[in-house]
Design a protein around this ligand. Structure first.
Ligand code: G
Ligand code: G
Ligand code: MN
Ligand code: NA
Length: 251
């Protein structure tokens, strides 16, 4: 398996890097956070999409080493901002289901200690599928992370099968509306109804919302009109290298 061998070496060759995609508060237009998105600049093949290599990392267990690199690099970035007097922005890191094991808690606590970070600057994104299995261990782990002060976002929300009533019991702060629902706004009635019910549901449960994959003014207008708290998408900002994000922060 070429990809696997290459991936194993990618970390040591320094071929992995982070991109950042800002999220904006709709009411104020302020940047509220940035999602951390892993990139692999392969020495021969150029950019390899995480959609291609994350599944391989998950199957082989390499996701632990890679996920740890992502978390540490995000923490080091936040630390550097604090040191340089750059106004820090909350960073949202994607976690694979396999990373949700007890070790994760001690590790993230170690990292925020080592890099002297306020815990609230780190948000953790997990996908709905993690919780659908009603895995008591995963739930307990998320409870602990939240009790420690980390924000938890439920990614790709709406694509799974979680009973909506189940949300009450979940230790989460934010729902990220999957971009497949946003894509057909505002024209498609079914998609529009889905987004509206997620917004209502979030409000009922005191959860924040980020609509993902906003690509047009019309989608943005619809979301604003219906009180969606925050947005992310190509229309507002594409995933960008660190330097570009820092320029936005300093502006
Ligand atoms: O950035 P892009 O849209 O190409 O990402 C494709 C997929 O890879 C998305 O589902 C995203 O959540 C996932 N992904 C990106 N970075 C990471 C990461 O650091 N860890 C994990 N587990 N998934 C990631
Ligand atoms: O699964 P997750 O939500 O983490 O995936 C994030 C991915 O979505 C990123 O890799 C990013 O490149 C992609 N993305 C972000 N904004 C948009 C958008 O407006 N349109 C599309 N098609 N993809 C987007
Ligand atoms: Mn995500
Ligand atoms: Na998503």
């Amino acid at each position: 398996h070429h990809l696997e061998e290459d991936l194993r070496e990618a970390l040591h060759r320094g071929e992995l890097l982070l991109y950042f995609q800002p999220q904006f508060e709709l009411a104020s237009g302020k940047m509220q956070a940035a999602e951390v998105l892993l990139r692999w600049q392969h020495h021969e093949h150029g950019m390899v999409s995480p959609a291609k290599f994350i599944p391989v990392a998950e199957e082989t267990g390499l996701i632990h080493e890679i996920g740890d690199w992502v978390l540490e690099t995000a923490c080091a970035t936040l630390h550097a901002w604090l040191e340089r007097g750059i106004p820090p922005l909350r960073l949202a890191v994607n976690l694979s289901a396999r990373q949700l094991r007890p070790k994760l808690i001690s590790r993230v606590l170690e990292l925020v200690g080592q890099y002297q970070l306020p815990v609230h600057l780190l948000e953790l994104e997990i996908t709905e599928s993690v919780l659908i299995q009603d895995d008591a261990k995963a739930l307990a782990l998320l409870e602990s992370l939240r009790a420690a002060g980390f924000a938890i976002a439920l990614d790709d929300f709406g694509t799974g099968y979680s009973a909506l009533s189940y949300l009450r019991r979940l230790p989460i702060d934010t729902l990220k509306i999957d971009r497949s629902f946003v894509a057909d706004l505002p024209g498609c009635e079914q998609e529009a109804a889905m987004v509206l019910s997620i917004l209502r549901l979030a409000q009922t449960h005191g959860l924040s919302v980020v609509a993902e994959g906003v690509e047009t003014q019309a989608q943005l207008d619809f979301l604003r009109q219906h009180g969606c708290p925050a947005v992310q998408g190509f229309f507002l900002a594409r995933p960008m290298p660190l330097q570009d994000l820092e320029e936005l922060l300093l502006r």
